[in-house]
Ligand binder design. Structure first.
Ligand SMILES: C[S@@+](CC[C@H](N)C(=O)[O-])C[C@H]1O[C@@H](n2cnc3c(N)ncnc32)[C@H](O)[C@@H]1O
Length: 236
């Protein structure tokens, strides 16, 4: 990926993270902290960080399922929960770093009695980079933090190297869905995807190109604010 494509700002993510670490914060009661610990114990993915062993997505589920998809940055989990209800035969791995979002998702898993969602309360990129190559059947990155200031571009989830890693985790023919309300990020992410030999299957402005694409919280927020949303589906 050449320098000129991004205005001389080719990002090397290196040790930069795509998020700012946040603690529990004010107003997070002890009871919520206890619920978080208890529910994460049941539905969470707990990794041995020391072990360099590759991971198989099916290992996180109690039963064999018909394919596994990952969502990185699922927020409160509205999209992944809707997907899991639509496709109970498939497994979904939802990654989120923000504690309140994780707790909201964990509560939805309980409320909807979902057996096919697992939660990774950490850096989704770190998780997927440990997956066996070509082991997942779908990837969702919906409204990743846009980091619109040029000096922060290095924090974007989409970078030439990270997109290559994520694409490598997808099986041949598997799809990656992306959405953003930031036009500079759409161009940037699409360039990274093209450079990773992902093939554009469909693109939509304002509405997702497929009906089985549940709306997310950020999509609602962007559309309420009158921002244009870009949706795209890419195939490995
Ligand atoms: C703008 S929000 C979008 C949330 C949701 N996808 C939606 O559309 O409503 C982006 C989310 O990605 C999360 N995030 C950013 N980088 C992440 C990473 N590397 N792993 C997991 N979550 C991440 C943030 O904490 C935040 O909740």
């Amino acid at each position: 990926m050449g320098e000129n494509r991004f205005g001389g700002c080719v990002a090397q993510r290196g040790q930069l993270s795509t998020f700012r670490a946040r603690r529990w914060g004010r107003g997070f009661p002890k009871s919520a902290q206890a619920a978080y610990g208890h529910l994460l114990q049941r539905w969470g993915i707990h990794l041995d960080r020391e072990s360099g062993q590759s991971l198989e997505p099916q290992a996180f589920f109690d039963e064999g399922l018909a394919g596994y998809a990952v969502e990185i940055g699922c927020g409160g989990g509205e999209h992944v929960v809707a997907q899991a209800l639509l496709f109970p035969e498939r497994g979904f791995i939802a990654c989120e770093i923000h504690t309140r979002g994780v707790l909201r998702l964990l509560r939805s898993i309980e409320a909807c009695r979902l057996h096919n969602v697992r939660v990774y309360a950490g850096d989704g990129l770190g998780l997927v980079s440990r997956f066996v190559p070509a082991s997942i059947d779908g990837l969702f990155t919906l409204f990743p933090d846009p980091w619109p200031k040029r000096r922060h571009y290095g924090r974007r989830l989409f970078q030439p190297d990270t997109v290559g890693v994520l694409a490598g985790a997808l099986r041949a023919g598997a799809c990656w869905r992306f959405a953003t309300d930031c036009s500079s990020y759409a161009a940037w992410a699409h360039a990274c995807l093209r450079d990773s030999s992902m093939r554009l299957v469909s693109e939509g402005m304002g509405v997702p190109p497929r009906v089985d694409w549940p709306v997310t919280r950020y999509q609602c927020k962007a559309q309420r604010a009158g921002r244009e949303v870009v949706f795209s589906i890419w195939q490995r």
